[in-house]
Design a protein around this ligand. Sequence first.
Ligand code: NAD
Length: 256
Amino acid sequence: MLTGKTALVTGSTSGIGLGIAKALARQGARIVLNGFGDAAGPQAEVAALGVEVGYHGADMSKPAEIEAMMAYAAGRFGRVDILVNNAGIQHVAKVEDFPPERWDAILAINLSSAFHTTRLALPAMKAANWGRIINVASVHGLVASAEKSAYVAAKHGIVGLTKVTALETATTGVTCNAICPGWVLTPLVQKQVDAKAAANGWSNEEATRRLLGEKEPSMQFTTPEELGELAVFFCSAAGNNVRGACWNMDGGWAAQ
Ligand code: NAD
């Protein structure tokens, strides 16, 4: 379905980004990976699906590096047809204790990076009259939780950016939508489980059960594979007129 298309997924050396990259690769898309840590393993996982794969290690908090990554993708594969803005970090603290440099980093990586990739990707998408921009927001783009001020502000911000981008492309073949996951058991969330276990003397299982029980009625994690299939839907012909949707996959979290 996506043979001949190129998908760039930010923050795709791990977790949700890698899951989405693999789901798009299974549909035949060439993939550009990005993110920190081991890049060879994720590249091999994607290549094993039979598609071409590139990698750029741009730091999403640095606009000049984002520009270099977009130039790399265009230079190697012609243009980016599918842009998935996924890179993100978390920090948990009350507003008055929140380190200002963590606030700045979260806003830069979780929100501003998507503005930069989007502004750089749009001209070629519009010229081709086809494109998909998928922003990985969060249920925290729709509702708040205490002690996550920067994350909730950034995720509400990316929901806003999604809607504006969708309006500005509404008469074109380019669409922009957001995915809003609840809990997904990735390294980002395992850190929060570990912190809960350590603070309360709970086992990993007990901390996991309490984390889910606080917010997620299904008591189940959403998986990167499930989120990948939603991204595939947005890229399909059936998604041609899905514009500005902020689709939660959250086990009922936002329904409460
Ligand atoms: P993760 O920690 O497994 O992966 C994050 C990815 O981003 C990694 O590849 C990492 O290398 C990369 N990254 C981090 N900082 C970067 C930077 N400065 N520049 C480039 N890459 C960088 O986390 P995840 O849970 O897969 O999160 C992915 C996205 O999903 C984030 O935007 C997160 O907010 C969102 N999300 C996660 C959950 C969840 O429960 N895990 C829920 C809702 C939304």
